[in-house]
Design a binder for this molecule. Sequence first.
Ligand code: GDP
Length: 181
Amino acid sequence: NSKYPHSEKAYKVVLAGDAAVGKSSFLLRLCKNEFHGNTSATLGVDFQMKTLVVDGEPIVLQLWDTAGQERFRSIAKSYFRRADGVLLLYDVTYEKSLLNIQEWVDMIEDVSQGEIPIMLVGNKADLREQAIEEGIKCIPTSYGERLAMAYNALFCETSAKDGSNVIEAVLHLARDVKKRS
Ligand code: GDP
């Protein structure tokens, strides 16, 4: 592919998680270093390319943004089948987004051949402090860590809004993907 002259292979990484946890915003921050406060829900599936340097070597990622809505799950499923890694997002200020993580993990394990690296991402970390002040029940970091351990997944908390940990999360996953390929 002439667009990516230095790479032999692009690794496929799928963004998964419920609607509105911040998948599109995460990609926008990662690929364009932008944040739009009012992005509308993702429609269907789209991908972005991102080159990262892992241990001194460029690695090309093809990042697929799936929609979280029930009606798109069959589409998401078909992407996990060819995925080299998954970024599985939830919203740290929305308890319910964590409840479905089990369902997402089951779906990923169902369709992927063999073990596939998963990075569990607690997004919207920038909102937690204020949410707690407002009496909203948030998901503690330690809970996310334990959950990731139970799923044998990597773990990170991020903010697509202020950009914290976004690149780090993807780099960490990319390193694991590369190691296993
Ligand atoms: P998706 O449906 O999972 O792709 O979620 P979106 O990217 O569309 O985000 C849903 C809403 O949450 C939008 O209004 C975003 O602006 C907002 N959002 C996404 N990520 C963050 C974040 O890290 N912090 C804050 N404060 N808002 C976010």
